[in-house]
Design a protein around this ligand. Structure first.
Ligand SMILES: *Cc1c(COP(=O)(O)O)cnc(C)c1O
Length: 464
């Protein structure tokens, strides 16, 4: 045996301390650091000789605590990056200890069946039929969306699996709204469809996909001999938190025989809530769905989910022959034959453990609590005379102020000063040609006091 210096139990104790202390009170939200400073610091790691493990630990701790935006902080009101549940941190450690190889079912029966059990439960909440279901964990929403396009192609144009897109004499077309996630730009490039095959559908006054415009675009493409095959509806637009009219899009897809994909990366978790799930009506009609467990399920990064009601198309898209792999069993899902990845970590454990520990009711409450804080922020903003420019039951608030609309101040100036103070983080987006603020509640530890603190700070920045 090759003897390595082992990490001591002291180090494990320090790890536990760090998990607890950082989990309870992360440091300043916004770091003040440049790439140059970090690179200079990293010069001392030339890897030429071993370094004491505790020292390495402390160095990492220092850099992570001081030089990152702390997305687990209650006043990080940013992109869909949650504070993780402590269970998720523990699940990550357990997954690492056993390090099961998920690719072949026979290598990891327990891990694969835990994932299957968890995914099928979520699929049930989404309202997808169990009989013809295929589902798997992915690195994130981007991979799940990519899987959707691949499966839709395999389902609609099986001839392309052998001959590629050359098999088609006309151009296949995908539709998504102008506010859809930009992962689709990458996906059409990576699949060989090309950016010109992604039809950008305008949004209506409520910032939802304009279904009439969609219908016109589909007809135009059909008349020109192109091959419309897929529509992406978004539940929880990244910029605005709005939800496309899923029911109406599903209708149109049925009428024109198009694949209906719902990108519910963030808002998919809202199906757990009786009050919020009505906003996602129509998701149960989807041919495929993306949901990120690392977003509103409040778990650590690297946990996307892909669901499709077309197991046959899914198998067609991903199956291969590999003689060096163990033989496949009947009646089980073999990930390397049914997903994009091959070797991968035990992603599903954290969702399984969170569901088991909390139960679905508490997950629903956790989500509703955050939606309620969004509502609270909207009320407070309105009282203070700010303008809210989006409409959604979900906790994403786009807003601006007369001082900005009249040009006295810019959104960028206000944000620069907010970041310099380091106490809270929000972002900006451009909607209908106007740059506005974007605030999102993504943390179950955020309180009304945190919201008040953000608003007071914004009021001060806008008036001084
Ligand atoms: C976050 C997000 C994605 C991308 O997911 P990743 O997990 O970052 O890969 C796609 N679509 C929507 C609507 C998102 O919010």
């Amino acid at each position: 045996m090759f003897n390595l210096p082992t990490s001591s139990t002291t180090l494990l104790e320090r790890l536990t301390d760090e998990i607890i202390s950082f989990y309870e009170s992360p440091t300043a939200v916004v770091p003040q650091v440049t790439a140059g400073q970090i690179r200079t610091h990293l010069q001392s790691f030339d890897f030429s000789r071993p370094m004491d493990a505790e020292r390495v630990f402390e160095e990492v701790q220092y850099m992570m605590r001081n030089w990152n935006v702390q997305i687990t902080h209650p006043r990080y009101f940013g992109l869909y990056n949650p504070a993780p549940l402590l269970t998720a941190v523990i699940a990550e450690a357990l997954a690492a200890v056993y390090n099961p190889q998920m690719a072949a079912w026979s290598h990891a029966p327990a891990a694969n069946e835990i994932e299957r059990h968890t995914l099928r439960f979520i699929a049930g909440k989404l309202g997808l039929p169990p009989d013809t279901l295929a589902c798997n964990f992915t690195a994130g929403g981007s991979e799940a969306n990519h899987s959707a396009v691949l499966v839709a192609l395999a389902h609609r144009f099986p001839e392309t699996l052998e001959d590629g897109l050359w098999a088609l004499t006309q151009r296949p077309i995908v539709y998504a709204s102008e506010l859809a996630h930009n992962s689709f730009d990458k996906i059409v490039k990576h699949t060989g469809l090309g950016l010109d095959a992604l039809r950008i559908v305008p949004v209506n006054d409520s910032l939802q996909m304009d279904v009439n415009a969609l219908r016109i675009l589909i007809k135009q493409d059909q008349d020109a001999g192109r091959l419309p095959f897929m529509v992406v509806g978004t539940a929880g637009i990244t910029a605005t938190g709005t939800i496309d009219p899923l029911d109406a899009i599903a209708d149109l897809c049925r009428q024109y025989d198009l694949w209906f994909h719902v990108d519910a990366a963030w808002a998919g978790a809202a199906v757990f809530s009786d009050t919020l799930r009505t906003a996602l009506a129509g998701i149960e009609l989807a041919d495929s769905v993306t949901v990120d467990a690392h977003k509103w399920f409040n778990l650590t990064m690297g946990a996307g989910m892909f669901f499709t009601r077309h197991a046959a198309g899914n198998a067609r898209a991903f199956t291969v022959r590999a003689d060096y792999m163990p033989p496949s069993e009947d009646d089980v899902t073999v990930p390397y034959l049914s997903t994009m990845q091959w070797s991968r970590r035990f992603i599903g454990l954290k969702l399984f453990m969170a569901l088991a520990e909390l139960g679905e009711e508490q997950i629903a409450r956790m989500i509703e609590y955050q939606a309620g804080l969004g509502e609270y922020f909207r009320e407070r903003l309105a009282q203070a005379g700010w303008d809210i420019v989006n409409e959604t039951p979900l906790p994403v608030v786009n807003f601006t102020h007369t001082h900005i609309r009249t040009g006295a101040l810019s959104v960028d100036d206000v944000l620069a000063r907010l970041y310099a103070e380091g106490d809270a983080w929000i972002s900006s987006v451009t909607l209908r040609g106007e740059k506005v603020f974007r605030m999102c509640v993504t943390n179950f530890k955020t309180t009304r006091a945190d919201i008040d603190s953000l608003l007071n700070q914004l009021i001060r920045l806008i008036t001084t």
